[in-house]
Design a protein around this ligand. Sequence first.
Ligand code: NAI
Length: 465
Amino acid sequence: MAHGSSIIADISLAPWGRKEIEIAETEMPGLMACRAEFGEEKPLKGARISGSLHMTIQTAVLIETLRELGAELRWASCNIFSTQDHAAAAIAETGIPVFAVKGETLEEYWTYTDQIFQWEDGEPTNMILDDGGDATMYILLGARAEEGEDVLSNPGNEEEEILFAQIKKRMAETPGFFKRQRDAIRGVTEETTTGVNRLYQLQNKGLLPFPAINVNDSVTKSKFDNKYGCKESLVDGIRRATDVMMAGKVAIVCGYGDVGKGCAQSLVGAGARVKVTEVDPICALQAAMDGFEVVTLDDAGPDADIVVTTTGNKDVITLDHMRKFKDMAIVGNIGHFDNEIQVSALRNLQWTNVKPQVDMITFPDGKRILLLSEGRLLNLGNATGHPSFVMSASFTNQVLAQIELWTRPQNYENKVYVLPKHLDEKVARLHLDKLGAKLSTLSAEQAAYIGVSTEGPFKPDHYRY
Ligand code: NAI
């Protein structure tokens, strides 16, 4: 439904959303500290932020924090299944334009992404807050097309065709739109591993037209959200989708990076017998020494009850793998994009929708699998993503990154940066009290002995945590 300029599922959900936002605020000390520290000064005054990040309750607290710091905002989800409609309603009710509906189509997804750049006065966006890089890609692809580059032909798949159609529509309706947006953008802050990979690829090809802050590689983001967040939200998603008994079951986690480590722990916590696949010998060795059998999906797939991919890579669970899975194996992805599982190759099989975001797919021989969220990230599609507390750490990094790029553009070239370590440590510090953690302090002699300052940073940049 339309509400003001917003497009959301149902505005009557706003009071419920508001109550949950108030609860989340009590679990998001980093964001609340940003409001206390910067609320009066309004460092984001003048910033017009186009946000593309899962429209959840936690994101609502981020949005309202950015607004309190002076920013104007327009928001869309970065995934068709991840919106919490009550959160979207609560934000729409405040008058901030939001374009997000759980279960929106891909056409709607790209229309909504376009909408976050359509300010009412017709002036362009000057900051992007991105998760996965779609908002950034939308503007940059469009701008290259406007400059006459042939970037909109030969789409590889149906999804790209839908994106290209949206770009062509905007080019026809508003000539020069993309170049104008691109040239007005002071910077982008990127939330996740996959989006950050895209940014480094742009930088390496000399195609990044503004500075970017890689929020993902703040220690207080990837070593917390990706790991401890997935530790809680992976099993939550599988349970809400299937109610399956996990204890005793064989589960395979593909990929043992930050997300994979959290997912493996999540399944261990539920009593599953967990195996891991990896391509990187370092991560494979970590998995083995954490006590997991390291296998290949070819060998171990046929014995698994649950298979989850966490790699950020494509074609990790193939049609051939799935043909050999057990009857009623549960198959899901928690990486950013849906191409980790070859879902398009399943489309001509028999699909039985069990409930939203849960499908039973029957193979010609009668064997069935349960596919979660059509292969899109299942913790946000089948559950509600990570808990507030860990998202507070991620989003405090986002707020600090937005302030950095907006207020100190002269310090940044058109490259990808991470936040300095003292800010990373600050984010962690802001989350200690809530857990009753008491820090020890270094004496001047101790600090001198290990070569740091008593106030930090406590580690060199190459330290890996
Ligand atoms: P990472 O780079 O730390 O880990 C990915 C791992 O997968 C690497 O160790 C890599 O060697 C391995 N890998 C790559 N191809 C493989 C293959 N074919 N088979 C087995 N292993 C393979 O990345 P991270 O931070 O763990 O993120 C993974 C994905 O999850 C990304 O797409 C990221 O954007 C997404 N993400 C999702 C979240 C969620 O809430 N659903 C939260 C955070 C990140």
